[in-house]
Design a binder for this molecule. Structure first.
Ligand code: FES
Length: 369
């Protein structure tokens, strides 16, 4: 018998109600003012920022979802998506864990400026990269660098709920000192026999006593650690190059692509929405905003988001590539040509939602704004 036992096995979908009960829904694309409650260093260049709503009410979200944070940086409004690293089972604080990126406008501002007590607007939560949408008894979490955050939220939620799920967590980092949440994960694995951890580091950095794996994740390494990996539901988050390598490795190993889920805000890897389809005539159209009664005109070659900005209308956005879903807005009348990169679901499109950053008008429009 194991020294530590879990209580029972149950599908996470049914338990999701537990964390939703009492937590307030935060409609996608609606702005909330969030107060920074705590800032904590995770590694030398990764920091966690915890927020609460201004009225300190619990917030409803799913593990794996993200919020879009907005800040005024050097006189410019900047918006970025960050996956929530905290679990929905602790709904009073919503945490994001941010790596300082060289030249990164928002990440540097957050690290240098954001302190407890300060308030920021945020949108969301949204995103489809959630374990609740692809529940499985056996999961494989694959992450690299700060891509660990959504998987950490899923892991914390699963353990907070006492689920007896078999989770194999394989994380790649530059050095042992760069492993985000290392101590916490090791503590959780000690208490939860069905959570197994595997770290692989490119180098040992300043930790000569490191006895873990060194190098990169390979099919041979994954098969040795987890002979049953092809049977697991896979959730992956990390830089685009890492995820491409992981997909290839899994394909080679015979993993079913239908059981593969990935998340990334590596916008460079997304295909920019083309302007080809309706650009020929340089037609102009009128856009009416139903709620604010504003009106502006735009050409058929522009995206609705870009035209709105030109007209001085502020619309929440982040990636501007049809990836993140932040600019999702209901189209009340008219039609657009939308070329997105996965930031909206078909059933949302059926309900009239569109991503304004990758939509160009094919008629006059009325938007629910
Ligand atoms: Fe990201 Fe439009 S801003 S989908």
């Amino acid at each position: 018998m194991n020294a530590v036992e879990s209580i029972f096995d149950e599908d996470i979908l049914s338990r999701a109600e537990t964390w939703e009960r009492g937590a307030r829904s935060w409609p996608s694309n609606e702005r909330q003012l969030m107060t920074c409650a705590r800032v904590a260093d995770e590694t030398h260049d990764v920091r966690t920022f915890e927020f609460r709503t201004q009225d300190a009410m619990p917030v409803r979200f799913e593990p794996g979802q993200f919020i879009t944070v907005s800040a005024e940086v050097a006189g410019q409004r900047v918006e970025r998506c960050y996956t929530i690293s905290s679990p929905p089972t602790r709904p009073y604080l919503v945490a994001i864990t941010v790596k300082r990126v060289t030249g990164g406008v928002m990440s540097n501002w957050l690290h240098d400026t954001l302190r407890p007590g300060m308030t920021l607007p945020a949108y969301g939560p949204s995103g489809m990269f959630t374990a609740t949408r692809a529940s499985a008894a056996k999961s494989l979490y694959l992450s690299a660098g700060s891509g660990i955050t959504p998987l950490m939220s899923m892991t914390r939620a699963s353990l907070d709920l006492g689920l007896n799920r078999d989770i194999a967590f394989v994380h790649s980092a530059r050095t042992p000192g760069d492993i985000v949440f290392r101590d916490e994960l090791q503590r959780l694995a000690l208490r939860s026999p069905r959570l197994r951890l595997f770290f692989v580091c490119e180098g040992i950095g300043d930790e000569p006593e490191w006895t873990g794996a060194v190098g990169r994740l390979s099919l041979a390494r994954l098969s040795a650690w987890l002979p049953d990996f092809a049977l697991r539901e896979v959730f992956t988050c990390g830089p685009a190059g890492y995820m491409t390598a992981v997909r290839e490795l899994l394909r080679e190993g015979g993993h079913d692509p239908a059981r593969y889920h990935q998340e990334s805000f590596d916008i460079a890897s997304a295909t920019p929405p083309p302007a080809d389809a309706i650009d020929s005539t340089q037609q102009t159209f009128t856009v009416k905003l139903a709620r604010s009664s504003k009106t502006f005109t735009m050409s058929a070659s522009e995206t609705v988001l870009a035209a709105a900005r030109k007209a001085g209308v502020a619309i929440a956005s982040s990636c501007a590539q049809g990836v993140c879903g932040t600019c999702k807005t209901k189209l009340l009348d008219g039609c657009v040509e939308m070329k997105h990169n996965g930031g909206i679901r078909e059933r949302e499109v059926q309900k009239g939602m569109r991503l304004l950053c990758c939509s160009r008008p094919a008629s006059d429009l009325v938007l629910d704004l």
